[in-house]
Design a protein around this ligand. Structure first.
Ligand SMILES: [Zn+2]
Length: 107
């Protein structure tokens, strides 16, 4: 994915609306592309800035952003485990069917 495509996904990322596959691509790119990480930081600041100024809180932007990225990584990992698990279930179901067929034919 190039930078242009990545930065197009930024608003959806910040809104938490990326699908897992997109999210994964987005994270991989952002973590390896200084320019896009910078763009993400700026967009994040713009998005959260107003709310923070209103509340008057002290705010560690990089810590907050890192937290957001970590959440996203967890989401991708969790989804991957679910996907593997559902594949395994499918394989077991197929094996069970084969086993039943064998028992019917040879039993
Ligand atoms: Zn980039």
């Amino acid at each position: 994915m190039d930078c242009k495509a990545n930065q197009k996904m930024l608003p959806a990322f910040l809104a938490g609306k990326l699908e897992t596959r997109e999210l994964k691509q987005f994270l991989i790119h952002v973590e390896n592309c200084e320019e896009c990480m910078e763009e993400l930081t700026i967009q994040y600041l713009v998005m959260t800035g107003a709310a923070i100024l209103e509340e008057g809180n002290s705010f560690d932007l990089h810590k907050e952003l890192e937290g957001l990225l970590e959440e996203a990584r967890k989401r991708v990992r969790k989804r991957r485990i679910l996907t593997i698990f559902s594949y395994l279930c499918e394989i077991f179901a197929i094996l069970a069917v084969i086993l039943i067929l064998i028992m019917v034919v040879f039993g």
